[in-house]
Design a protein around this ligand. Structure first.
Ligand SMILES: [Zn+2]
Length: 400
């Protein structure tokens, strides 16, 4: 316990790394306790693709993502609400964090029009017209029973000018204020949501301008949030720009608040984020790569389809304790992918998720024992951060 940092009912800091901003702690959420730092698997449409809810829980995960935009379009918020939320609908008894839909509206939907009121867009599925407002998105997420909601935000791409970034930053702050107001009203005024206990995190924007990152954090802190998300990073910028902007932004957020960086999920990004005091992250990359035969090992990432694994009797990683590595060889997995068998994506997904789950367990114990710096160096050796622009197939679209 770090006695110098004030604790909140949501977030307790347990230990602090003496050599970096890294810390361990736990979140006390409506569906149970979650240890931090934590990687959250993405279950966009109320399913972490290719694995069952029991498998996700067995791997140790207690907090996963679902997505407001996707569930709103399919199956429809009314269907999920009829079940009392995503937990019962999808048979997942643990915690759920829901993304606000802001990122998806800006990356997937067509013909979007932003106004002070909210955003009007057309579905990427059937072209139908819809409106999201900061208030309606809070109501949708409450209907899903979300344990941690995100406020509707405006995501801007890497490379926009300062004036456009100011506009998006300020509107995101005004929308966050409306979301916080609506969140309070829901519990106080609506019988339907009287027992709803979900948290609401606003999202820091400000593009890649340090003055605007500061402005955004200051605007959001006025709302007295119990946690803060950092959005708009890992959207195609070089790794060094990512780490620089993350360090700048994270340091502005009071230590007592859980900090969540949206859209990162590879070992080198996770280590860089933990080092800056980030407590939560998510990304579709581990599951998406797994479905395509890309798997993590402690010596770096490998492609299971590679011909060099044709006769390989070793598991993906001899140190991994996952279901896949306990039973199957690289040769068999390669065969499944080459033959287009659906078991291949299922087994590779299980490995990648457990690999990251185990990495986070190792990170937490290293922070507690004061050896995080050494662990981070080992991870960087196996996963050297790229110096150029990030491959667009890897860390972009990561909030989808
Ligand atoms: Zn494994």
């Amino acid at each position: 316990m770090n006695s110098t940092i004030e604790q909140t009912p949501l977030f307790t800091i347990e230990s602090q790394d003496p050599n970096s901003m890294a810390r361990t702690g736990f979140l006390d959420l409506p569906h149970g306790r979650v240890e931090t730092p934590v990687f959250m698997p993405v279950g966009t449409g109320a399913t972490v693709k290719a694995v069952t809810q029991d498998e996700v829980a067995d791997m140790g995960f207690r907090l996963i993502l679902a997505n407001t935009y996707h569930l709103y379009l399919r199956p429809g918020a009314d269907v999920v609400s009829q079940f009392g939320g995503v937990h019962r609908f999808s048979a997942w008894p643990h915690n759920i964090l829901t993304d606000s839909g802001g990122f998806q509206v800006f990356s997937l939907a067509a013909n979007r029009k932003i106004s002070e009121a909210g955003v009007r867009f057309r579905s990427h599925i059937d072209g139908s017209a819809h409106d999201f407002t900061p208030e309606s998105v809070v109501e949708l997420q409450a209907g899903y029973g979300s344990d941690i909601q995100m406020a509707l935000d405006i995501c801007t791409p890497y490379g926009i000018d300062h004036a456009a970034a100011v506009e998006a930053c300020d509107m995101t702050a005004r929308w966050a204020k409306r979301a916080v107001t609506r969140r309070a009203e829901l519990t106080n005024e609506s019988e339907l949501f009287a027992s709803y206990r979900g948290e609401l995190f606003p999202i820091v924007q400000g593009n890649f301008f340090k003055d605007l990152r500061q402005r955004s954090v200051e605007q959001l802190l006025e709302l007295e949030p119990r946690g803060i998300a950092i959005g708009g990073l890992s959207v195609g910028e070089p790794f060094s720009v990512f780490t620089d902007m993350l360090a700048h932004t994270a340091a502005l957020i009071p230590p007592k608040l859980p900090r969540y960086v949206m859209g990162i999920g590879t070992p080198e990004y996770i280590v860089a984020a933990v080092e800056q005091g980030i407590d939560m992250f998510d990304c579709v990359f581990p599951t998406r790569a797994g479905r395509n035969g890309g798997v993590f090992t402690r010596h770096g990432r490998i492609a299971l389809k590679n011909a060099r694994f044709r006769y390989d009797e070793e598991p993906i990683d001899t140190n991994c304790d996952c279901f896949t590595c306990r039973r199957y060889s690289r040769a068999y997995l390669r065969h499944l992918f080459i033959a287009g068998e659906m078991l291949g994506p299922m087994l590779a997904t299980r490995h990648n998720l457990r690999f990251l789950g185990k990495l986070l367990e190792d990170i937490r114990s290293a922070i507690r024992s004061g050896t995080f710096t050494a662990l981070a160096a080992t991870v960087r050796e196996a996963y050297p951060p790229r110096t150029g622009v990030i491959d667009s197939t890897e860390n972009t679209e990561n909030r989808v």
